[in-house]
Design a protein around this ligand. Structure first.
Ligand code: DSN
Length: 469
């Protein structure tokens, strides 16, 4: 019998050579490059297998055991397994914490929390974006332009880092919070190289009557491995993506307290948290449709491996590698925000070197080193960030150790010197500066060394031999 869709029997290569070729090119780019984006990682083959499985075919609005469509007997088990493993990975007691594993990613997870627990125009406080915070924690520009839906729908007053130390200014945060009286205080960020003082956040939240949410997206792998403090002792809600240090597929999770809660002044004893149904209803039907079951299955696979000594050793190595990179850069005279790191990333302030973060990102792209320009506190404009952010999770997944990160620091140092050399010879204008780099034999020579170095390490999930080109 002729198949209804002949392409269904073909391989990707035969069915769609254009996409197949682009996938091959991307594999080669990943294998040959030095990947330093702090929020990226290389996930494993079984995670990718689950992502590419028939779980993607099924609709399952609702929760396990209470779906709107039939045929969910296997999907229910997948989601329950994922929930159980998520709680186990963070050592959480089911009577005190629950989890929703359906958010498509981190931003939808955060929006679901706000939708569940706030009403429009409620007040929130999160770390300012130029201080290392995330867009979804309420960012608006210095000119008052509301960039994030969080600042469009809620009244947001950011707190900041201390401009001379780079650390969160907790005293100022407390003072601001007591005046502003937010309903929700948010901790967590995208470019903060230090751990979080959850006890202090809790004290401030209690003083001003706020809920405390931690967005641990960047550090959730480190938290699972107890390589960073755990927010669960103090926070009411914890959100995360799952593809950063946690090494899973792209997805999101929301953890919420359940069971008895302390009574507030004037309330009778015996109160319980009411977050669970509000958060579940916010994820679906308020914001999302059918869960992405292939992501949930893949996340369950990743969480199975997010406990135990191998995972712990990986996370400890991530931190050691970030510290080795930080020390190597500082020993060459460079300025890092907070003068170092105690997590997976470093924030490099390039302003003393007379180089913008954009130029550093551009030259590194030419050299096959991937990192991103990043605002550094005190930047005059968020459009010309004065630094760049560098993370260790991805290359640590390829087996790099401290000495290899010192080699990476050397490559980055060479990149800065070359960028400055071309700035002297061709001028600071981006167009002229780029002309000085295009076809420059020094770029080609350094890129060849970067690629030879990167290709010397294994890639989780696929090998050079799997690349069909
Ligand atoms: N894009 C991610 C990051 O780099 O931090 C989170 O939005």
């Amino acid at each position: 019998m002729e198949p209804v869709f002949p392409e269904a029997l073909k391989t990707l290569k035969d069915a769609d050579p254009e996409i197949y070729q682009l996938v091959q090119k991307e594999k080669l780019r990943q294998i040959r490059g030095i990947e330093l984006i702090a929020s990226e990682n290389f996930t494993s083959a079984p995670v990718m297998e689950a992502l590419g499985s028939c779980l993607t075919n099924k609709y399952s609005e609702g929760l396990p055991g209470a779906r709107y469509y039939g045929g969910n007997e296997n999907i229910d088990q997948v989601e329950r397994l994922c929930q159980d493993r998520a709680l186990a990975a963070f050592r959480l007691d089911k009577s005190k914490w629950g989890v929703n594993v359906q958010p498509y990613s981190g931003s939808p997870a955060n929006m679901a929390v706000y939708t569940a627990l706030l009403v429009p125009h409620d007040r929130i406080m999160g770390l300012d974006l130029p201080s290392g915070g995330h867009l979804t924690h309420g960012y608006y520009t210095a000119g008052g332009k509301k960039i994030s839906a969080t600042s469009i729908f809620f009244e947001s007053l950011p707190y900041k880092v201390n401009y001379s130390t780079g650390y969160i200014d907790y005293d100022k945060l407390e003072e601001k919070a007591m005046d502003f009286r937010p309903k929700m205080l948010i901790c967590g960020g995208s470019a903060y190289p230090r751990d979080w003082d959850y006890k202090r956040f809790r004290d401030i939240a209690d003083k001003c009557g706020a809920m405390l949410m931690m967005d641990m997206a960047h550090i959730s792998g480190l938290v699972a491995a107890e390589e960073q403090a755990s927010p669960f002792e103090y926070a009411d809600i914890v959100t995360t993506t799952t593809h950063k240090s946690l090494r899973g597929p792209r997805a999101g999770m929301i953890f919420f307290r359940r069971g008895p809660r302390p009574s507030k002044r004037g309330e009778p004893e015996g109160q319980t948290y009411d977050y669970e149904s509000k958060i579940n209803m916010a994820v679906f039907p308020a914001l999302q449709g059918g869960p992405h079951n292939h992501q949930i299955g893949a996340l369950a696979v990743a969480l199975k491996y997010a406990t135990g000594p191998v995972f712990k050793a990986y996370q400890a190595q991530v931190k050691a590698n970030a510290a080795a990179l930080a020390n190597a850069l500082m020993s060459r005279g460079y300025k890092l925000v907070t003068d170092g790191t105690e997590n997976h990333l470093v924030l490099w302030d390039l302003r003393p070197n007379g180089l913008t973060g954009s130029k550093m990102e551009t030259i590194c792209d030419m050299l096959h080193i991937t990192l991103n320009k990043n605002a550094v506190y005190g930047d005059a404009s968020a459009l010309t960030p004065g630094g760049c952010r560098i993370g260790a999770p991805a290359m640590t997944s390829r087996g790099l150790k401290e000495a290899d990160f010192v080699t990476i620091a050397d490559f980055l140092h060479e990149a800065v010197e070359l960028a400055l050399e071309v700035q002297s010879s061709h001028g600071k204008m981006l167009k002229d500066w780029k002309m000085g780099l295009e076809g420059n034999p020094k770029v080609d020579e350094l890129r060849a060394r970067v690629e030879a170095f990167a290709e010397g390490f294994d890639m989780p999930g696929f090998t050079r031999g799997d690349v069909d080109m």
